[in-house]
Design a protein. Structure first.
Length: 259
């Protein structure tokens, strides 16, 4: 008997856009998506999109959700799944005939985590200032616990060619060569590129807002930090071809030339 599989199924890291719905205004959502596709058709045209209704106070009804799906398809993107696995969303995903991807739930739970309660100080210890609210758990994961050896970053010596995707889990990513157009590099930490960046770079993939992107020759199709993104068309001309750093400040992507 031939036991070789006709199709080999593998689970991997996929850079799929996640649309977090904040207001269930179908017309406005479709208009915003249409503007994104028109501004960067090579990036967003026929792009797979996951819909996240977890930011709404109530789960939308089936008719509204179907109207949104149809509108987004008309705008040029392809909704492929729902995110955030509450029981109501799970039922909605079944009614819409879409899969439920719970992996996106963890990112928002980390970002919205409540501050950890302060530990009781020993009786003899002097009084301390009140603790600040704990940052996102994803950001905490970037710092090793006391006595724990830090996880080494991932290093890529060769160029990252068009169509390739590189992911550095729970660490920084260093690319010694070029990231070609159509290529994608992703890291839970920061990204350092010593060659030209022409493709996409997504740092802080699990919600680390302190992550940064550094490159010597900036021509990126898209850069993102903790889900916030900027496309090349939105970048000033005087930064293209320069050595730059990219960071997140008050939920806005900032790009500046390196001296």
């Amino acid at each position: 008997m031939d036991y070789e599989q006709a199709g080999e199924l593998k689970i991997g890291q996929v850079g799929i856009a996640n649309l977090r719905i904040r207001t269930m205004d179908v017309e406005r959502l479709v208009q915003e998506m249409n503007e994104r596709v028109n501004r960067a058709p090579k990036l967003f045209g026929r792009a797979a999109v996951i819909l996240d209704f977890g930011g709404l106070s109530r789960t939308p009804d089936v008719a509204s959700a179907k109207a949104l799906l149809d509108g987004l398809r008309g705008a040029g993107v392809l909704p492929v799944a729902l995110a955030y696995g509450t029981s109501e969303i799970e039922l909605l995903s079944q009614q819409l005939g879409l899969p439920l991807l719970a992996k996106f739930r963890a990112q928002y739970e980390r970002a919205d985590a409540e501050p950890a309660p302060p530990r009781a100080a020993p009786a003899a210890a002097p009084a301390r200032e009140p603790r600040r609210a704990a940052p996102a758990a994803a950001a905490l994961a970037a710092a090793p616990a006391p006595g724990e050896a830090p996880k080494p970053g991932r290093m890529q010596l060769a160029n990252v060619r068009s169509g390739q995707q590189l992911y550095a889990e729970n660490c920084d990513l260093t690319v010694m060569g070029t990231v070609g157009a159509g290529a994608e590099v992703i890291a839970d930490g920061s990204i350092h590129i010593y060659g030209t960046l022409r493709g996409r770079a997504l740092a802080g993939a699990q919600g680390n807002t302190a992550a940064r992107i550094f490159c010597r020759d900036f021509h990126a199709e898209l850069v993102a930090i903790a889900g916030h993104y900027k496309v090349l068309d939105d970048v000033p001309d005087n930064l293209r071809g320069k050595a730059v750093q990219v960071w997140l400040e008050q939920d806005q992507i900032k790009i500046a030339a390196l001296d």
